[in-house]
Every structure is written in C-alpha cells, then in structure tokens.
Design a protein around this ligand. Structure first.
Ligand code: AMP
Length: 213
C-alpha cells in the first residue's frame, strides 16, 4: 500500500502516519525527519537544508527529490510506504507520479488531514521534540511523563526552530501557496480522502483505518 499524507504543518499527519506504518507494516517516510537527521549528523545535505528549514521555507525540489528517490530504493519500500511531508509541491507530486509510472505503479491513497489555521497555530506553539530520538510531544495534548524530558530516551525536549510562532506563520503561508494545491491534484487522480484532523487522535485514526481497510 502506497499512501501520501497531506495536511498543513501541525495537522497531526506525522502522528497518524506513524500509526498507519505500524498497523500496516510499511515504512513511515518523513522528509522532514530525514533532513533533521542530516542536520544532526552535519552532512552536506543537512547544511544546505537547515538554512531553508529554520526560516520556514521549503528545501528546493531538486535536493528533496534526490533524497526521496534514493530512499525508495531501500528494501523496506517494496510493499509500500506512508509518505509524510512529501510531496509538498506540484513538481514533487508530478515527479513522484512519473517515477511510479515508470515502474507501472501508482499511489493508493492521498489522505488529507484537515485542521483550521487557528487550531494549527495553537497546537504548534505547544509542540516539543526530542532531537536525540525524534520523539514528538505536546505540552497539553501529548505531554511527556516528566516535563521537558523524552519518555523514550531521556534526552531534553526542545521547541524546534521551525515551530516558533513567526516560523509557523511563514510555514502556513508556504503551505497554502505551494502544498494545498496537491489536494486538487490528488482529487483529480481519484485517490483523495479527506479526514477531520480536529477530532481526538484515536478517532481520526479510526476514520483512516476505515478508509484503508
Ligand atoms: P516537516 O517535519 O515535514 O514539517 O518538515 C520540516 C521542514 O523540512 C519543512 O518546513 C521544510 O523546510 C523541510 N521539508 C520537509 N519535507 C519537504 C519537502 N517535501 N520539500 C521541501 N522541503 C521539505
């Protein structure tokens, strides 16, 4: 099963993607996570990506496409994947469609996790991340057991530079301009499914499972 998660930054698509990956035994591929891992490891790619990410801008398509096409070659992708944060622009979506077509393949679903902008801003200001293991929390909705400390690895939790209020505003602008058009793109492909992302997390996941079967 090949799934694309759509939705604004902070809509909860990452959390849902992780649960889908677990339930359907497919890899969860987050371009944001891959960029962050590269930044942490001080790679050349990480260095290039960081300047864009910290400003709430998108990393150029060329860099992103090279990275994801490489990831698709990994053995664990042979039964499908759930993509989180990719594609994020129409050229990225077209490149993905083309790459799949070349292998006589296609996506099964594009799931749009719908949440209003005002709610996104409230949610993201409370988001905390573990830079050590990638764990994500929310000071109200998903608090860690001990404030400021990652449940999984014990490292300190931080507010990501791109979750700071001024960056969130920029990311939402970028989302509306460049990423939202993907909803129509996948609707035209006949694979779009809309789910309400404002419901409690488990309910949203239940709806997704009823769609995926
Ligand atoms: P995310 O964790 O998906 O919210 O991504 C964090 C940041 O990584 C974004 O704000 C972008 O700067 C960058 N990024 C992640 N995925 C992509 C993508 N598909 N295209 C361009 N930039 C991306």
């Amino acid at each position: 099963m090949k799934i694309v998660m759509l939705g604004a930054p902070g809509a909860g698509k990452g959390t849902q993607a992780k649960r889908i990956a677990e339930k359907y035994s497919i890899p969860h591929i987050s371009t944001g996570d891959i960029f962050r891992a590269n930044i942490k490891n001080n790679t050349e790619l990480g260095l290039k990506a960081k300047s864009y990410m910290d400003q709430g801008m998108l990393v150029p398509d060329e860099l992103t496409l090279d990275l994801i096409m490489d990831r698709f070659k990994d053995e664990d992708c042979k039964n499908g994947y759930v993509l989180d944060g990719f594609p994020r622009t129409i050229p990225q979506a077209e490149a993905l469609t083309k790459a799949l077509q070349e292998k006589n393949d296609k996506l099964d679903y594009a799931i749009n996790v719908e949440v209003k902008d005002e709610e996104i801003i409230t949610r993201m200001s409370g988001r905390r991340a573990c830079l050590s293991c990638g764990g994500t929390y929310h000071i109200v909705n998903i608090p860690p057991k001990v404030e400021g400390i990652c449940d999984k690895c014990g490292a300190e939790l931080v507010q990501r530079a791109d979750d700071k209020p001024e960056t969130v505003k920029k990311r939402l602008e970028v989302y509306h301009e460049l990423t939202q058009p993907l909803i129509e793109y996948y609707d035209n492909e006949g694979i779009l499914k809309e789910v309400n992302g404002s419901l409690p997390m488990d309910e949203t996941f239940g709806i997704i499972v009823s769609i995926l079967g």
